[in-house]
Write a protein that binds this ligand. Structure first.
Ligand code: F0G
Length: 446
């Protein structure tokens, strides 16, 4: 393990390392793994990234993920040759990350009471399968291909399964997706069927579906593409690269995500930690993670709302007992996550420990918003001609909330990630049919 990338336990008092040519996602010590690159990429690469925006027929330049390939180079690509790259890298014809960059949305900044010149939203729903997942799926499926494993497995609240099924279809792989029955948006379920995946409906929630899928992957030798897979996290770092590139690599004050399984939170933290280590950026933006009130594990634990004990990274020694106690109590009382934003209806966020590291590194915050606030957030994004789903509506809602509390300043530079496109039109329709809603646009009848 010299100049080659490797996997390393994130627990600083363990630090065990692993080769990358296997499907081990968790360390023997029980903690999680990072993909680690031994050398620091040169900042001059930013010029090359910019030149690649004129792709000249190369889909790996067109892709908003692979355009940054030197920063996620676990596949050891050292050529610009398209044919050579396509032997290793997986891509939906360069479409992942291609259309996502920060946009100003005047009606959203007005709603959030932000200076319209300072607030940006990045629509990751404009990915080929309609969510940010494609950023990390393209890298995870590349890793599966490197290992010659042609069967993808995941649990999902809908978008991961849509993305996995899409890449599997395009790469001629098999795909099995475990979803909580009746709890995923119809558009997402439809995609999984349409792309030929085997759908397994679980009589339980996402957390149950994840345990099932991990067990099946383990027993059958399938390749898990959930965000506990560190190669997913690698691809999702490019969400941050595109945002920073747009700002000429000047970090914003805040980066805002909805929080579900906390893969995005983890990838944002890792991207920023690496950029600081490489000397590419000095200032670290604060990460703001927004939970739905009905699925607020991360909010409750990090804010000390359970048993008065506050969950923190604590130099890599977070209070795991606290997480266990919290989950035990929830299970004992039969409490399940419940929100209309089913994408983030998750009670046991699998990446919680990596996410704590991200919050610590960025001096981040975790807050919660209601279903009503998320619906308003989704609707006001629509008024700017952009489309997002309810979970993404948490982003404008959360920014608005911290503006009201005076934590975010009006002229802070804020980048909010709109994680997915609307895949349950009935949510939009019922919102607009009810004239009591803040941004309702009810129909006329004649
Ligand atoms: N927004 C959308 C649209 C999502 O689909 C998800 C997660 C999140 C936010 C939360 O992101 O897990 O990185 O914190 N969806 C997963 C799925 C769980 O299965 O599609 P996270």
């Amino acid at each position: 393990m010299t100049d080659n990338p490797f996997k390393k336990c994130i627990n600083p008092s363990c630090n065990l390392v692993y080769d990358i040519d296997n499907t081990t996602h968790t360390c023997k010590c029980g903690s999680f793994l990072d993909v680690v690159y031994p050398s620091s990429p040169s900042r001059e690469l930013t010029e090359i990234f910019s030149i690649r925006r004129n792709p000249k027929g190369n889909i790996f330049n067109e892709s908003g993920v692979w355009r940054f390939r030197e920063l996620i180079n676990f596949a050891g690509i050292d050529t610009e040759d398209f044919q050579q790259c396509s032997k290793v890298l997986v891509s939906m014809d360069g479409s992942e990350g291609r259309q996502s960059k920060p946009y100003k949305m005047s009606k959203v900044s007005e709603y959030a009471n932000m200076d319209p010149e300072c607030m940006f939203l990045q629509p990751e729903g404009y990915n080929p399968s309609g969510s940010f997942k494609d950023n990390g799926m393209t890298t995870a499926v590349t890793h599966a291909k490197m290992l010659k494993i042609y069967r993808l497995i995941c649990a999902s609240t809908g978008n991961t399964s849509a993305s996995a099924a899409m890449y599997a279809a395009n790469e001629n792989m098999e795909c099995e997706v475990f979803v909580p029955k009746g709890e995923i948006a119809p558009g997402k379920l439809g995609q999984a069927f349409q792309f030929g995946a085997q759908v397994v409906q679980i009589d339980g929630d996402f957390d149950d579906a994840l345990s099932h899928s991990l067990k099946v992957a383990n027993e059958s030798g399938g390749y898990t593409v959930n965000s506990i897979n560190p190669f997913r996290i690698e691809g999702q770092k490019t969400i941050i690269y595109r945002a920073l590139e747009y700002l000429d690599w000047h970090p914003p004050d805040w980066i805002v995500y909805p929080g579900g399984a906390l893969g995005n939170t983890s990838s944002c933290g890792k991207a920023l930690m690496e950029l600081v280590n490489w000397g590419w950026i000095k200032k670290v933006p604060r990460l703001l993670v927004i939970n739905a009130i009905g699925a607020n594990t991360f909010y409750e634990l990090t804010n000390g709302l359970y048993d008065g004990r506050k969950l923190e990274w604590n130099d890599g020694k977070p209070d795991i007992e606290l997480i266990r106690d919290y989950y035990y109590e929830r299970d004992r009382k039969g409490i399940k996550a419940k929100t209309k934003a089913t994408a983030i209806q998750i009670g046991k966020p699998a990446n919680i420990v990596k996410a704590l590291r991200a919050i610590e590194f960025t001096k981040g915050m975790v807050i919660e918003v209601s279903d009503e606030e998320m619906s308003d957030g989704m609707a006001v994004v629509g008024l700017n001609g952009f489309d997002c789903e309810m979970a993404s509506g948490a982003v404008p809602a959360g920014i608005r909330k911290l503006r009201k509390e005076g934590v975010i300043r009006r002229d802070d530079i804020v980048i909010g990630i709109l994680t997915g496109k609307q895949k349950d039109p009935n949510l939009s329709i019922s919102y607009h049919m009810d004239s009591g809603n803040k941004f309702a646009n009810p129909p006329m009848t004649k």
